[in-house]
Ligand binder design. Structure first.
Ligand SMILES: [Zn+2]
Length: 539
């Protein structure tokens, strides 16, 4: 009785605000609409939505038409399109990489023992007897008073670096967050740091448990064609980036008179300083380079009271395109990854546009490109924003919307990083759900979808969804469902629209949650901020 009274009272309080303007209405996402968009975008005609293909053209046309129909305002002048200039680099490393040590020359075989590539649009690059320096984990972290490059000028030198971060595999969960991966443990960070140091090259030592995947993944990911955001020709970045196998690394250390296990231990200790290896590396790389333009598709709804403040939804529209056939199918449809997220953002935009009252803040809908190639569309947006980053309140990202069914949990990747958690908890509770942190924090998922680029420029982000406990069938069911998805469908041609295998109530439930989060943020004065111990901050 009492609780009913409070609900009634609360309803009366919130039906009008102080200016007697009508309050923001309850909006709902439409499950059939989500399904319709997924079916369309993941059909074979879209050819797996790879940037620079006919599949991109069709996808961009579809999204543009939908934005027009919904009535979103174009974000880029009179256009929904943001051109993202990329370079396609197909690198071919020399057959061999050689290490010259005091104890003689060691030869590594291409792809079997090493991979080598570049992010520069240059046809040829040489590494000629570049001095090797062991730089621990390749981490510079001022908050933790850590500098693996302390006291050394890396110009003209090659950094040999361990994967993951100093906390991994240790006893102390507070030291670099223990087994939870910090950003400094991600290879992308190590490349960026080597760029800042201006090293000739960086060589990562692969180790299966620290990397989270075996050597063949390195081999397949780093051989072939890659897309990059174009760098200026005079960039003083690190030209060559590569990996070597653990076995070859151990042999190199031994030939240099260094004990690998000892060095690994030292690298985990505060005060570690770089170790010159008194050895050199030589290798080369030839590239085929092609420049092209792909597109982010972005529209928005203007806020009524704080139109210069923005809540931004994101989902990547791209997927892997046409590739190696599996069971006779060569179209990587990417239905869950990420037609589902794209479809959900579309239906959220439609719900917002259907409201008779506009939100107080502006709400932006960004369908970004080239996520599968390294989060490139969102990176480009964050470096060339159409709405000021300083005025961007929060990002809500969707990448694979829950196909399991109605859930009891909301599992939040990056939980504990910012006080946006508060809003997430509030809205989860309204759906009678509980919020859980990432259940596999060692995988570094926070760094692996588009919200991360927003975090990097200081915008708190939500990347969350039902994942852990199915409402009727429990935790084991949810776990085996996701395991089956990862082993059988993830990044395979079989990631297709599946009316019998998917339970769309989960998409409806999470879609509604994302909509409610946006409504909450767009109608408040709340500016979520990063927690003190997070590695991100508002710029
Ligand atoms: Zn994805």
């Amino acid at each position: 009785m009492r609780s009913f009274f409070f609900v009634l009272l609360a309803g009366m309080l919130f039906s009008c605000n102080e200016n007697n303007k009508p309050s923001f209405p309850t909006l709902t996402v439409d499950k059939q609409l989500i399904v319709k968009h997924i079916k369309e975008l993941s059909s074979d005609g879209y050819e797996g939505r790879r940037p620079f293909t006919k599949g991109e053209q069709r996808t961009v046309e579809y999204l543009t038409k939908e934005f027009e129909k919904i009535g979103l305002l174009p974000a880029n002048g009179d256009s929904y399109h943001q051109d993202v200039p990329l370079v396609e680099i197909t690198g071919s490393p020399s057959q061999e990489m050689t290490f010259k040590t005091k104890k003689g020359t060691q030869t590594l075989e291409r792809y079997e023992d090493f991979v080598l590539h570049t992010q520069r649009a240059t046809s040829e690059l040489n590494l000629n007897q570049s001095e090797l320096v062991f730089c621990g984990f390749g981490t510079v972290d001022s908050k933790r008073s850590w500098n693996d490059y302390a006291g050394i000028d890396m110009k003209g030198k090659t950094a040999v670096v361990l994967v993951n971060d100093p906390g991994f595999g240790g006893e102390d969960p507070s030291f670099f967050k223990g087994d939870e991966m910090t950003y400094s443990g991600r290879w992308t960070y190590k490349y960026e740091e080597a760029d800042r140091q201006g090293a000739d090259a960086i060589i990562l030592i692969h180790e299966t448990s620290s990397a989270g995947y075996p050597w063949f993944v390195i081999k397949s990911s780093w051989s072939g064609t890659m897309l990059e955001i174009e760098r200026p020709p005079d960039a003083e970045d690190c030209a060559l980036k590569g990996w070597i196998s653990l076995e070859k690394a151990q042999a190199l250390f031994e030939a240099c008179g260094l004990n690998f296990t000892e060095q690994l231990k030292n690298a985990r200790k505060p005060g570690f300083t770089p170790v010159p290896m008194n050895a050199t590396v030589s290798a080369s790389l030839t590239n085929k380079v092609k420049k092209d333009i792909t597109k982010n598709v972005i529209g928005y709804i203007k806020g009524s009271e704080q139109p210069e403040e923005y809540v931004i939804y994101s989902a990547h529209w791209d997927h892997l395109g046409i590739g190696a056939p599996v069971d006779g199918d060569s179209i990587y449809n990417g239905a869950l990854d990420n037609a589902s997220g794209t479809a959900t953002v579309l239906s959220i935009a439609e719900a917002f546009a259907g409201s008779e009252v506009p939100p107080k803040r502006s709400v932006v809908f960004a369908m970004v490109t080239a996520e599968e190639q390294g989060l490139l569309g969102s990176q480009y947006y964050c470096q060339n924003p159409l709405f000021p980053i300083k005025k961007t309140v929060a990002n809500i990202n969707m990448d694979g919307v829950n196909p399991i069914g109605t859930m009891k949990d909301v599992t939040a990747i990056g939980f504990g990083l910012s006080d946006i958690d508060k809003i997430l908890k509030e809205e989860a509770q309204k759906q009678s759900r509980y919020v859980l942190p990432d259940q596999n924090p060692e995988k570094g998922s926070y760094f692996r979808s588009d919200h991360f680029n927003f975090a990097k420029v200081g915008v708190p982000a939500i990347y969350a969804g039902g994942r852990t406990e199915h409402a009727a069938k429990g935790k084991e069911y949810a776990k085996s469902f996701m395991e089956e998805y990862v082993s059988t469908y993830y990044h395979q041609p079989s990631d297709e629209y599946d009316p019998s295998g998917w339970n769309h109530d989960g998409m409806l439930q999470d879609g509604q949650l994302y909509l409610n989060l946006g409504i909450n943020l767009a109608n408040s004065d709340f500016w979520p901020s990063w927690n003190d111990d997070s590695e991100f901050q508002r710029k």
